[in-house]
Design a protein around this ligand. Structure first.
Ligand code: ZN
Length: 323
């Protein structure tokens, strides 16, 4: 099902969206401990009684956006095959010691630093719902992260490094990434197969093969879907046409206010999205005040009172998370 096209339409990762339980604990972990900027506080457009919280760099750039649907009473899921199991963030060489100290200070258990693919050093830990996170060091990432937050600039999380998908067999997912989504084979290390559109930090997709792994189950602490970035509406429609012509069941374009989206499942079962980079997080909010007030899509503004009364109040004070 290889699609021949002379231009790359998929530019890397756009966002990762996960399920969580308590929204305040989610804010404390991602905005507080990890020091990402909360760039948007809105609702799940398909379930307006639930928040949709976005964290990212100073501008909420594609490739830095970790987002959550916090369902306060959601039961825990189980990590396994057919899932995105680890979201990896990029930090500078020399920052791993800072992060180990910081995680320890806030009672977050983490692994000792490990290595793979020769130069890549990382630590693994989980958020308060059990979602798998890595911090990966490298000297190739010039993004600045949230550069006026409460984490020292040299140690800030710069954005995504990449993601890990667990599959019982890597082959079908690999063929899908390379055949339909402009990814190339980058490297192989044991049971870990690495793909990326351009080889750059931020767009890495690792497929880890676990032939006897048990299937994951959705719930809090699991990823709901991953979105790949594309430049504009036209490129998105071309990808949509490409997918449809190879028999992939893909949704029509959906307006998500900050980007437009199409959704489809890769052959291993992970829900994929392709999202447009424009219009971005500043479409309904002053860039200096991203994430500070509850934003609703225009079609829900009339229901603001009811929606607000159904959401529990969340607060954030960076001073509580200073070193
Ligand atoms: Zn999404």
């Amino acid at each position: 099902m290889t699609y021949k096209d002379n231009k790359t339409k998929i530019l890397g990762l756009h966002h990762v969206t996960a399920l969580s339980s308590n929204p305040q604990k989610n804010v404390d972990f991602y905005a507080g401990i990890l020091g990402l900027r909360m760039v948007k506080k809105t609702i799940n457009f398909d379930a307006p009684e639930v928040y949709h919280l976005y964290y990212g760099d100073s501008e909420g750039s594609p490739g830095t956006l970790m987002t959550f649907f916090p369902y306060p009473k959601m039961a825990k899921g189980r990590q396994g095959t057919g899932q995105l199991t680890v979201t990896s963030f990029s930090i500078a060489d020399g920052s791993i010691g800072y992060w180990m100290d910081r995680l320890k200070k806030y009672g977050v258990e983490h692994t000792t630093p490990k290595k793979r693919f020769n130069d890549e050093e990382f630590i693994y830990f989980e958020d308060t719902d059990g979602l798998g996170i890595e911090l990966v060091t490298n000297d190739r990432d010039y993004r600045e992260g949230y550069n006026y937050g409460h984490i020292p600039r040299e140690h800030t999380i710069k954005g995504f490094y990449g993601i890990t998908l667990n599959q019982q067999s890597h082959k079908r997912t690999a063929d899908f990434l390379t055949g339909c989504l402009d990814h190339k084979v980058v490297a192989e290390d044991g049971d870990r197969y690495r793909f990326s559109p351009d080889g750059e930090v931020g767009g890495i997709v690792d497929v880890v093969e676990m032939p006897s792994g048990s299937m994951g189950r959705g719930g809090s602490g699991t990823v709901h879907h991953v979105a790949f970035a594309t430049s504009d509406d036209e490129a998105q429609l071309e990808v949509r046409e490409r997918l449809a012509s190879t028999g992939v069941h893909v949704t029509p374009v959906v307006d998500r206010q900050y980007f437009k989206s199409i959704y489809f499942r890769e052959p291993g079962g992970v829900l994929f999205e392709v999202a447009t980079n424009p219009p971005g997080m500043a479409i309904d909010e002053d860039p200096n005040h991203l994430g500070t007030s509850l934003k609703l899509p225009t079609w829900q503004e009339n229901n603001r009172d009811v929606i607000e009364s159904n959401l529990e109040t969340i607060t954030f004070d960076a001073m509580e998370f200073m070193d």
